[in-house]
Design a binder for this molecule. Structure first.
Ligand code: AMP
Length: 564
C-alpha cells in the first residue's frame, strides 16, 4: 500500500497530511504526485472534483516552491470565485507547516486594490479566476512572467464559461519553461486545443470517474407529465424527509419559482442563480453549507464549483441539454465515500435520453414509480414516529407531566394519537380533488390557474387567490426581476414571499400578490412619481400577461437546442 511518505512528500507536508487525517493517497494522488515531484513535465489529468485532485497538484507545487523567495512562482486558475476560495483554503491547509508560504486568492466582485496589496506583500502562489487575473495583469498589479508552475483547474468548466480568450491571454504572459498542469473532468475539443497549443508533450493521466457511473451514485428516473414536475419533487421530498439536496433547473426564473413554492410549502429551500448579487449568493451558500437550508435550487452556471460533501440527492428537475452537464450535476452527490442518489424527472417523450445517458455513463438508471399519496403519507408518519422516539427529553418539563396526563385523561391512546396525527399532518391531503399542476413556465410565464396537485399539503396560487399586476417599469429602467421584486415589496412593506412571479419586459413588468394585498398595491402606487415619471400599476385582465393598454414582447429564454 502506498503512503504519502512513499510518494515522496517532505516532512512539513507529511505533518499537514497527518493533521488533516488523510490516511492513504487517493488514486489521482498516487498517479500524479510522484510524477510532479520528480519530473519537470506538463500534465493533463482527467479527474473530477471530489477525487482529491487539489492535493494531487497542491502538494507537489508546495514542495517545489522556493520559500526564501517572495516572488510569484505558482499560479492556479479556477472557474469561479467559490472554487478559487476553496482551493486557497485547501492549499493553506496543505501548506500549514510551511512557515513562509503566502497564498493569495484573486477573483472578481471584490476590492481589487486590497487584492493588489496582498500580492505586493509577496504571494508565492496565486489562485485566480481568469477574468480578474487578466485585468490585474493588464494593470500591472500582478507579475506572472517568472512562474514555474501553472495549474488549469476544472479546465472544461472554465472553457464552458467562456474563458477561452482570457486563458489564452494569461498563458501568453507566462514563461515558456514553466510546467503546466491541466485538470479537467471531461475532455471536450476546446480543452484538447488548449493542451495542444499551450502544453509541451503533456503526460496524460486518467482517473476512474469517481462520481459518474460508479456505485457511489444511484441513478434513478421518474416519468412525469410535463406539468407534474413540482408534484414529483414534493413526492421525492415526502419520501426523503431528511434530504439534503440540490435541485437543478434550466432557467433562472424556474429556479426562483421552484424555490419560492417550496418555501411557501414549508420547506427550507433557497434559490441560487445568476440574478442574485455575489453577496446574496454567498449568503445562500453559507446557509446551505451550515444545513440551515435543506434544498438548494440552482442553475447549472450558478452551481459551478460548489463543493459540499454531504449532498444526499441531486434532482434534475429537467434534463440538461448536454450529457456532460448531467455528469457534473450528479457528481455533486456520492462524495467523500458516501452514497448519493441522482434523480431525473423526464417526460415520456424524452425517455430515450435516459438510454443515451446510460450509454455515456456506462451505468444503469433505474425507473422508479411515482409513489402514491398513501405511500408518501405512510413514510412521513414513520419518520415522525422515529423523530418523536429520538427526541431528547427536557427534564424541565417533568413537573408538568402530571398535569398533562390529567388533561388527556378522558382520551384513550388511539384517540390521542389520532388527534396528534391530525394536528401534525393537518395540511396533508390524501385525496386531493385538484390533480392538475402546471409548472410549464417557459418564458417565465405562469398559467393563470394552478394548484399544487396530487401530493400537495397546501394549495397555493389557486385560481382566485392571487392578483396579477402590470407596472410601467422594466429592463429599460435597469430593473431585473430580483431588483423589481425587491423594490415592490420594500415599497409596499411586504414580506419576502408576498410578491412573486415577477416578469420583467423591456418597458413594463408584471408581478403577483395575494388578493388580500390588492387595495394596498393599487392605493400605494396611485401617486408615486419617480424621476418625474408617474408610476402606474394596474390589475391585469384575468389570465392575460400583456399590459392593460398595449401589447408587449415577451422575454425569451427558452432553450430549443437539443443535443441528445
Ligand atoms: P478535491 O477533489 O481536491 O476537491 O478533494 C475533495 C475532498 O477530499 C477535499 O475535502 C479534500 O480535503 C479531501 N481529500 C483529499 N485527499 C484526501 C485523502 N487522501 N484522504 C482523504 N480525504 C482527502
Amino acid at each position: 500500500m502506498t503512503t504519502f511518505k512513499s510518494l515522496g512528500l517532505n516532512a512539513p507536508l507529511l505533518k499537514a497530511v497527518e493533521k488533516l487525517g488523510f490516511e492513504t493517497p487517493t488514486e489521482v494522488q498516487n498517479k500524479v504526485i510522484p510524477i510532479l515531484l520528480n519530473d519537470k513535465t506538463d500534465l493533463v489529468a482527467l479527474a473530477q472534483t471530489g477525487t482529491g485532485k487539489t492535493a494531487a497538484f497542491g502538494f507537489p507545487m508546495l514542495q517545489n516552491i522556493d520559500l526564501s523567495l517572495k516572488s510569484t512562482q505558482g499560479l492556479i486558475l479556477s472557474p469561479t470565485r467559490e472554487l478559487c476560495l476553496q482551493i486557497t483554503n485547501e492549499m493553506e491547509q496543505y501548506g500549514s507547516e510551511l512557515k513562509q508560504i503566502n497564498i493569495v486568492p484573486i477573483y472578481g466582485g471584490a476590492n481589487i486594490t486590497e487584492q493588489a496589496n496582498k500580492i505586493r506583500r509577496g504571494a508565492q502562489i496565486i489562485v485566480a479566476t481568469p477574468g480578474r487575473l487578466k485585468d490585474m495583469i493588464r494593470r500591472k498589479l500582478v507579475d506572472i512572467s517568472n512562474i514555474s508552475y501553472c495549474v488549469l483547474d476544472e479546465a472544461d468548466e472554465m472553457l464552458n464559461m467562456g474563458f477561452y480568450e482570457d486563458i489564452k491571454s494569461i498563458l501568453t504572459n507566462t514563461p515558456e519553461n514553466k510546467s503546466a498542469w491541466l485538470f479537467s473532468a471531461t475532455m471536450p475539443p476546446q480543452v484538447h486545443t488548449i493542451a495542444q497549443k499551450f502544453m509541451n508533450k503533456p503526460i496524460e493521466i486518467t482517473v476512474g470517474t469517481k462520481n459518474a457511473g460508479t456505485k457511489s451514485v444511484d441513478h434513478q428516473y421518474f416519468i412525469v407529465g410535463g406539468r407534474e414536475r413540482y408534484s414529483a419533487l414534493r413526492a421525492v421530498l415526502g419520501m426523503n424527509p431528511d434530504i439534503f439536496g440540490c435541485v437543478f433547473c434550466r432557467t433562472k426564473i424556474e429556479t426562483q419559482k421552484v424555490a419560492e413554492k417550496l418555501i411557501q410549502d414549508g420547506h427550507k429551500a433557497a434559490a441560487l442563480h445568476g440574478d442574485l448579487s455575489q453577496n446574496q449568493r454567498d449568503a445562500v451558500m453559507q446557509s446551505f453549507r451550515k444545513k440551515k437550508i435543506q434544498l438548494l435550487i440552482a442553475t447549472d452556471v450558478a452551481a459551478r464549483g460548489i463543493d459540499v460533501d454531504d449532498i444526499t440527492h441531486v434532482i434534475n428537475y429537467q434534463l440538461p441539454d448536454e450529457i456532460e452537464t448531467y455528469t457534473h450535476r450528479s457528481g455533486r452527490t456520492g462524495r467523500a465515500g458516501k452514497l448519493g442518489t441522482s434523480i431525473i424527472f423526464v417526460t415520456k417523450s424524452d425517455r430515450r435520453k435516459i438510454k443515451l445517458i446510460e450509454n455515456k455513463l456506462q451505468t444503469k438508471i433505474t425507473e422508479i414509480e411515482m409513489p402514491s399519496a398513501e405511500v408518501i403519507f405512510k413514510n412521513k408518519v414513520e419518520h415522525w414516529i422515529e423523530q418523536i422516539k429520538n427526541t431528547t427529553v427536557k427534564s424541565d418539563f417533568h413537573p408538568f407531566i402530571e398535569q398533562t396526563v390529567k388533561g388527556f385523561e378522558d382520551l384513550d391512546k388511539e384517540t390521542l394519537i389520532e388527534l396528534l396525527l391530525s394536528r401534525e399532518f393537518r395540511s396533508f391531503e390524501l385525496h386531493p380533488k385538484e390533480l392538475s399542476f402546471s409548472d410549464d413556465n417557459r418564458n417565465g410565464r405562469e398559467s393563470s390557474s394552478r394548484s399544487e396537485g396530487r401530493f400537495s399539503d397546501k394549495v397555493i396560487n389557486a385560481p382566485g387567490d392571487k392578483d396579477r399586476f402590470f407596472i410601467n417599469l422594466g429592463s429599460r429602467d435597469q430593473y431585473e426581476w430580483t431588483t423589481l421584486k425587491d423594490f415592490v415589496r420594500s415599497y409596499l412593506k411586504l414580506g419576502m414571499d408576498d410578491v412573486f412571479q415577477v416578469e420583467v419586459m423591456k418597458n413594463f413588468s408584471f408581478f403577483s400578490t395575494h388578493k388580500k394585498h390588492r387595495d394596498l398595491v393599487l392605493k400605494s402606487f396611485e401617486n408615486l412619481n419617480l424621476d418625474n415619471r408617474n408610476i402606474s400599476v394596474e390589475l391585469t385582465k384575468k389570465g392575460k400577461t400583456f399590459p392593460p393598454s398595449s401589447r408587449g414582447k415577451k422575454t425569451k429564454n427558452t432553450k430549443s437546442k437539443k443535443k441528445y
